[in-house]
Design a binder for this molecule. Sequence first.
Ligand SMILES: [Fe+2]
Ligand SMILES: [Fe+2]
Length: 269
Amino acid sequence: MLIAQLSDCHIATADDEFAKLYRPAEKLVEAARHVNSSVNRPDLVFLTGDLVNSAKRKEYDVLKEILPEFKMPVYLLPGNHDDCALLRAQFPDHDYLPKSGDLCYAVDGWPLKFICLDTNLHGKPQGFLGEEQLAWLDRELAVETTRPVVIFMHHPPFRTGLVSMDEMGLLDRAAFAEVIDRHDHIERILCGHLHRAIQKLVGGALAQCCPSTSHQVRLLLGEKNELGTAFEPPEYLLHYWTETDGLVTHSDYVKDYKIAWTLKDGVVS
Ligand SMILES: [Fe+2]
Ligand SMILES: [Fe+2]
């Protein structure tokens, strides 16, 4: 199976200066059309947070208009730019979202089990899971120990070296790593927030950040008090699962680049 992870679409309304700078809504539509028509068309899409930019109802209205562009099921996660109450209220048809408490849930019915976490700290840029959600995660991981698990969460559970972004990191990452360390069937931990492709082992599992469909964060390793964005190409991750080889992650640009050549059935075109 193929799972597309798109992240940090930061939808804003057309009149917003942010939207004039980055065109996030148009870019998400382009991304949806790209994954729909791709030869590597995914079975499922996960949007790993910062769905909108300023946690406004009108921004969720724009997102609501865009989501039907995707021709496969889409699962939503909150990021620090989201408002969980608004998200829940605006998407009642996304009935996997719990009616109260943290917006964490599990998706069954596939060869992999997907566990989605809520790192939103209500108005703050940092992420936090909390004891209750970590206990829920621990229980969900213990329910079935043979089927591999993929965890989705907005804030990555590790420091990246992008110092200004790390200051907006997951506060209880050590407690999270302890839970992960107790289980050996975690195939991947998939995150957003950093607007770049970054990987690190956490509690014995590979944790990975997804680039943004809107704009990327500048690569400023070790730089204190410096943060910037760049118009690097919109990008997403494609996670390819086979029973024989497990989960392999590829990245793809939203743009269709000109093909230099293709060799098919011995013929070059
Ligand atoms: Fe973001
Ligand atoms: Fe974020």
